[in-house]
Design a protein around this ligand. Structure first.
Ligand code: ADP
Ligand code: MG
Length: 394
């Protein structure tokens, strides 16, 4: 993806109807939004369109109602929270109606009920797309996080309306392009997390793209085992050691240096603050498990990052939710943050647990870009074309 249409490509839109796909899938408790991060991301797009006089019609899903009306998945309870972050009125429309939309004043902001209450949404039904498209003059996708799905509201509408990236989508695509599409070299990738099996495609794609592949977390154990290391009781996918060897060979062939830890933090039980040992990877006892990478490894990795211009990070280096196994993740994240602040590193990170880990380290705001997109971020790291993004290409 090199070039895509943005709001800058819109002409005079006063009085026009904008169908805008947003991500309103926010956490709720007792009928109220508990974290409005996702809502705040869409403020620039919504206010810009509204200020230009467009009638802004928001489309989004909420939860998994599976194509039928289920009151517990209504978007109506999100209206007050969205109105709060915008500082503007937002009205709710259970069913879009041409007459009601025609009566709206220019600049009005309307939330339309959960797109997934209709079966045609997830089926990407062209009939539904055509019907919904008839309520708009143009389409804006501001929700990268749902753009790995070819649904009516992410892809289908683009067959019937001119389509543009909203400002949040634009920021995400620009950051991802700088990190992996067309990055400044050397590029380092940190891949951690629990299992190799969930990130095989990511690893296979990255070895062809980056100069340094840093493997940590539980998945490093599978690679260590593939190299003949006895990892004791550690989380390890022994059935994937051949795959790990193949990835190491592919990296070699592509001139990608793979970094595995040479010291690790081990414990006999997985609990908060148990007795631990820091040992060379060859000294893990049969009744011990590796729960974090060690301080010597972290120092070596910090030196690698200092030589790099670009970093892309997915997956924690250890079992960071349980102290002290957050140590390596926090330390390397702080190094990356400092290098980014100094201007020597472009740093992009994503993944549900990765975002939590960077927040825990207190550095999420220091990274160049942190994606909260989850599945879409991973598919992008796998080098896949995202249907909702491809539909915006200029
Ligand atoms: P993300 O959500 O950012 O893509 P993952 O879901 O792949 O990340 O991995 C995160 C999980 O990996 C965390 O719950 C963490 O505790 C776990 N993990 C990391 N290192 C280890 C380890 N050495 N042993 C067991 N679990 C680990
Ligand atoms: Mg996860």
């Amino acid at each position: 993806m090199t070039s895509f249409r943005t709001l800058d490509d819109l002409g005079d839109i006063a009085g026009q109807r904008a169908l805008v796909r947003v991500d309103l899938n926010v956490p709720m408790a007792d009928g109220a939004v508990t974290d409005d991060t996702r809502l705040r991301a869409h403020v620039p797009t919504i206010t810009e369109l509204s200020d230009a006089g467009a009638k802004v019609l928001l489309l989004a899903h909420f939860g998994r109602p599976k194509g039928e009306y289920r009151p517990e998945f209504s978007l109506q309870p999100v209206v007050p929270a969205l109105s709060d972050v915008l500082g503007r009125d937002v009205t709710f429309m259970e069913r879009p109606s041409g007459a009601a939309i025609a009566d709206l004043p220019n600049g009005a902001i309307v939330m339309i009920e959960n797109t997934r209450f209709a079966a045609g949404e997830e089926k990407n039904d062209p009939q539904m797309a055509k019907m919904i498209a008839s309520f708009g003059d143009f389409y804006v996708n501001d929700a990268f996080s749902v753009s790995h799905r070819a649904h009516m509201s992410t892809e289908g509408l683009t067959h019937f309306l001119p389509a543009y990236a909203g400002r949040a989508m634009q920021a995400e695509l620009t950051a991802l392009e700088a990190a992996l599409g067309n990055p400044e070299h050397p590029v380092a990738a940190v891949v951690g997390g629990a299992k190799v099996s969930t990130k095989l495609d990511v690893l296979e794609h990255l070895v062809t793209k980056v100069d340094h592949l840093i493997i940590g977390g539980g998945m490093a154990n599978t690679f260590l085992a593939a190299r003949g290391v006895d990892v004791g009781k550690s989380l390890c996918e022994h059935d994937l050691t051949d795959t790990a060897v193949a990835i190491l060979e592919a990296a070699d062939a592509a001139d990608c240096t793979v970094h595995l830890p040479y010291d690790v933090v081990v414990a006999k039980e997985f609990a908060a603050n148990p007795p631990t040992r820091t040992v060379n990877v060859h000294e893990v006892a049969a009744d011990e498990m590796i729960l974090d990478i060690g301080p010597a490894a972290v120092e070596a990795l910090a030196d690698v990052l200092k030589t790099c211009k670009t970093l892309v990070w997915n997956g924690p280096l250890g079992a960071f939710e349980t102290p002290p196994f957050d140590t390596a993740t926090v330390a390397l994240a702080q190094t990356a943050a400092a290098l980014t602040r100094e201007g020597s590193l472009v740093s992009v990170a994503g993944g549900g647990d990765t975002v939590a880990a960077l927040n825990h380290a207190g550095v999420a705001d220091d990274f160049t870009f942190v994606s909260t997109a989850g599945g879409a971020f991973l598919e992008w790291m796998e080098g896949k074309e995202l249907p909702g993004v491809a539909a915006l290409s200029a």
